[in-house]
Design a protein around this ligand. Structure first.
Ligand code: FMN
Ligand code: SF4
Ligand code: SF4
Length: 434
């Protein structure tokens, strides 16, 4: 049977599923029930200095839904904890005492001043917590006050504050990064330079959810004004995976432990983050939408998958998919694929024809002997995958890899078994000789 036990920076948890710093972790009552449900760890809702912040009393959350009403994205304008530091610290200490086998990491955000960090760190350490996470990611409200993403967008600040934390605290330091930046590798490098033990990512993405066209007001709004919020949930997972992979394969940060966050709703999402190098994963939106119990499915699903694949521990497959992520210029230009339509499952809706006709390569015919019939003309198909992406029937359209020696009917060229990429291609003015 697979062993899901996780050892992240010496912080042990029975499984890699942690709750991200957010409303589900903002008080003892919640965390107690989360641990009863089986969560391996929590990152406590971000602590700040007293007097504590004040949230708006109006819509804090709003969602983007698909046609079937499933929630694809969540937007929030919530700040850090709006309870006193003392109350939070007492509750953290009690939780850690009652749940010694679970990971309890405390998220912190205080002004970018050495004295502020020096003052709060020993108090957090005294709770018995296992680690701290520096919230350099919150993109709304707190960033206007020079904290959160305002720090995460300046690598020099990240390095400076991380260094203070390493100096004034003995606990492992996890730096939580903002995705609201052009190149995620720079803040990650800065965190490492400051001595961070790990990074976690992503925090939420700047977003405005919509506009009420009758009232001409952005939505949601408080009174008649709104401000941008942070976006998360399933829609952000691809962005998070890319950023995780960027950091994992960047030479200066290679090997830096990562806690993956962003749109994780199932064991499969979690396994993907682990396969790209993450040691633990953190979940927020999925729990806000479905409740703490979803961890049961996550645990059993991951166990089943690992058993099926013969992975005994998380380390057996952590980072295993990373080697498949590369730069575009290294992709094999001799690799050729063609779309194939399975006629037995095709419902003849015509969507594949429409998209290929109006966007791609006009490679799908619509009739055969006077009957409605959709088929791919290989002499036009470039294997772009658009038809398969829009087809409403699962697995009805697949892509076939042409074997070396076969003729590509579009180009008339025999498919080569040689790997050849853009760096050496004759059309590349900068080509180098192989
Ligand atoms: C309502 C809400 C409040 C949040 N509060 C915090 C916070 O206090 N500190 C923090 O580091 N991240 C906070 N986050 C960000 C989450 O921890 C997480 O990074 C983000 O939601 C992406 O994960 P998800 O897609 O699973 O939601 C908050 C997110 C939401 C939705
Ligand atoms: S989109 Fe799919 S189901 Fe519709 S016609 Fe094309 S292959 Fe058939
Ligand atoms: S893979 Fe692209 S080019 Fe080929 S049939 Fe589908 S949409 Fe057209």
């Amino acid at each position: 049977m697979a062993d899901l036990h996780s050892n992240f920076l010496g912080i042990h948890s029975p499984n890699p599923f942690w709750l991200a710093s957010a409303p589900p972790t903002d008080k003892e009552y919640n965390v107690e029930r989360a641990f009863q449900a089986g969560w391996g760890g929590v990152v406590w809702k971000t602590l700040g200095l007293d007097p504590h912040v004040v949230n708006v009393c109006g819509p804090r959350y709003s969602t983007l839904r698909g046609a079937d009403r499933r929630i694809l994205g969540l937007n929030n304008i919530e700040l850090i904890t709006d309870r006193s530091l003392e109350t939070n610290l007492e509750e953290i200490a009690r939780i850690k005492q009652r749940w010694p086998d679970r990971a309890v990491v405390v998220s912190i955000m205080v002004p970018c001043e050495e004295e502020a960090w020096k003052w709060i760190l020993p108090q957090v350490e005294a709770t018995g917590a296992d680690g701290i996470e520096l919230n350099f990611g919150c993109p709304h409200g707190m960033s206007e006050r020079g904290m959160g993403a305002a720090v995460g967008q300046v690598p020099e600040y990240i390095e400076m504050v991380t260094r203070w934390c390493k100096q004034y605290c003995r606990l492992p330091v996890i730096v939580k990064l903002t995705p609201n930046i052009t190149d995620i590798r720079y803040p990650a490098r800065a965190a490492k330079a400051g001595g961070a033990d790990a990074v976690s990512l992503i925090n939420t993405i700047n977003s405005v959810m919509g506009v009420d066209l009758d009232q001409m007001l952005m939505t949601p709004h408080t009174g008649n004004q709104g401000s941008h919020g942070g976006y998360c949930g399933p829609a952000v997972k691809p962005i998070a995976l890319n950023m995780v992979a960027e950091i994992s394969r960047d030479a200066p940060t290679r090997g830096l432990p990562i806690s993956g966050i962003g749109g994780i709703s199932t064991w499969r999402d979690a396994a993907e983050f682990i396969a790209l190098g993450c040691g633990t994963v953190q979940v927020c939106t999925a729990v806000m939408v479905h409740g703490f119990q979803i961890v049961r499915d996550m645990i059993s699903g991951l166990e089943n998958y690992m058993d099926e694949k013969g992975f005994r521990t998380l380390e057996d497959f952590r980072g295993m998919a990373l080697g498949s992520v590369t730069d575009w210029r290294y992709l094999n230009l001799n690799h050729v694929e063609k779309a194939v339509i399975d006629q037995t499952s095709c419902i003849k809706c015509g969507r594949c024809h429409l998209v290929c006709e109006d966007t791609s390569h006009q490679a799908i015919s619509t009739s055969l002997m006077g009957e409605r019939h959709f088929a791919v003309r290989e002499e036009d198909c470039v294997g772009c995958n658009l038809c398969a992406s829009v087809c409403p029937v699962e697995n009805c359209i697949s892509l076939r890899h042409l074997q070396p020696g076969e003729v590509d009917k579009r180009t008339g060229i025999v498919v080569s078994d040689q790997y050849a990429n853009w760096t050496t291609h004759p059309n590349n003015p900068m080509a180098t000789t192989a």
